[in-house]
Design a protein around this ligand. Structure first.
Ligand code: LLP
Length: 428
């Protein structure tokens, strides 16, 4: 049986058991413990190839999943990489990226980060704030750079992940960019322009207005139009296909700048989100709450952006589809967490899946239909490959989960689980 499109490609359910990368999820939980981030390696590669087959140079936004093993896969697949800090630069170089394929971002780069980038010989530094002056101070000469511009365009997404609007902290205003372009210091060789409009964008339409802002700044050889392609978190989402997205933006770019340009795109989540799932163990069930052994320490997205996910049990089928937003009970009312269990027409029950953290916002899914979960069950949340591991934290002293790659029935731990000793390892 196939699972919904938000799960990794080629994952499936056999005899009610969820299988990812050829590995039985319940067995993975037994072998490696929970919570655990599980990634289908072939899915990462397939998505890299879908993007890279098009007319743009694909620069993986590594903040989405800053995991050396994933970076290595993308380096092998010939992608370039976007790093937004000295730490991400370190990871990308460790993973084997050619420095020439590294694009350095950040609205608050330190002198030290710029020095590391210039010394490593990175391909492009994307100038924001006073970066050009900082590169001058470091004695750099002729570093290939793009200028990050605020295009002044709003997008239809959560305010927390919108970045192209006038009030954004990212980039130079068109006037500031024009001044830098007119009189650049010898430290920089400005070869092109950049913007990033925001994340979880379902259409390329806002790019049409945004490129007009860049056009007014002159003609360049390189345009980097950022990331942001939406992914499906629940089966209700209808995200674009990578190929369609690349073609749509390429057309917009070619219309504005001509076809004789190098176009860079920076997908982050679209390369990794649906390649990964999180496995949790159910630690308690009371009223309509299913409590699991993770929460806002391994997935902050529901709390920060109201992000909605699906879930299923790893070893048995739900009577109806495993959740999604706004599931309605038999009387048509939307179920509220904490209320009485609602039984659907076929016996499924609706629950809120909550984490183990000392905060009321620690709710991973506010409403999901599950088949009578009990303590010890393994719960799977799909589409957690992006910004889960990336934003994991130790709140409440919870060790961060491992990352496990699965391929052809073989599982390998690529990032080990943190230990309690790790929690005290930095104490002086
Ligand atoms: N390029 C630049 C310059 C960016 O700032 C970002 C994301 C991307 C590319 C990739 O965006 P993506 O394709 O992944 O949407 N923590 C938030 C996401 C913040 C993204 C920040 N920048 C989340 O969990 O949704």
């Amino acid at each position: 049986m196939t699972v919904s499109s938000v799960y990794p490609q080629h994952s499936y359910v056999k005899d009610g058991r969820f299988v990812i990368g050829g590995c039985d999820a319940t067995q993975l939980a037994l072998d490696h413990g929970t919570p655990a981030y599980v990634v289908a390696e072939d899915d990462l590669r397939a998505r890299a190839r879908e993007f890279a087959g098009g007319p743009a140079r694909i620069v993986y936004a590594s903040k989405a999943f800053p995991c050396t093993a994933a970076l290595r896969v993308f380096a092998e697949e010939g992608l370039s990489v976007d790093v937004a800090s000295g730490g991400e630069l370190h990871l990308a170089l460790q993973a084997g990226f050619d420095p020439a394929d590294v694009v350095v971002h950040g609205n608050a780069k330190s002198l030290e980060e710029l020095r590391l980038a210039a010394e490593a010989g990175v391909g492009l530094i994307v100038l924001d704030g006073s970066d050009a002056a900082k590169l001058t101070e470091l004695g750099v000469r002729g570093q290939r750079c793009l200028v990050r511009v605020v295009p002044g365009v709003e997008t239809d997404t959560h305010a927390g992940i919108m970045t192209g609007q006038e009030s954004s902290k990212f980039g130079l205003t068109p006037a500031e960019a024009a001044a830098l372009i007119a009189d650049p210091p010898a430290a920089v060789d400005i070869v092109g322009l950049h913007f990033h409009l925001g994340s979880q964008l379902f259409t390329a339409d806002p790019f049409t207005d945004a490129v007009q802002t860049l056009r007014q700044l002159g003609d360049f050889g390189v345009y980097d139009l950022g990331g942001g392609m939406a992914v499906g978190y629940t089966r209700e989402d209808e995200p674009p296909e990578p190929g369609e997205w690349v073609v749509a933006i390429t057309e917009i770019a070619h219309d504005a700048f001509g076809s004789d340009i190098e176009l860079l795109l920076e997908p982050g989540r679209a390369l990794v989100a649906n390649a990964g799932v999180t496995l949790y163990s159910v630690t308690d069930v009371k009223r309509s709450f299913v409590a699991v052994d993770g929460g806002m320490s391994d997935n902050l997205r529901p709390m920060l952006y109201g992000a909605r996910y699906e879930a299923r049990l790893a070893d048995r089928e739900c009577v109806t589809s495993p959740g999604g937003p706004n599931l309605r009970g038999p009387e048509g009312e939307t179920h509220r967490p904490g209320g009485p269990n609602l039984r659907g027409p076929e016996g499924e029950t609706h629950y809120a899946v909550v984490g183990k953290h000392c905060e009321s916002t620690d709710v991973l899914l506010s409403d999901v239909a599950l088949p009578e979960p009990v303590v010890g069950d393994v719960l799977v949340t799909p589409a957690t490959g992006a910004y889960g591991h990336a934003m994991a934290n130790n709140y409440n002293g919870i060790p961060r989960p491992p990352v496990i790659f699965c391929k052809d029935g073989e599982a390998r731990v690529v990032v080990r689980r943190e230990t309690y000793e790790d929690l005290t390892a930095r104490d002086c």
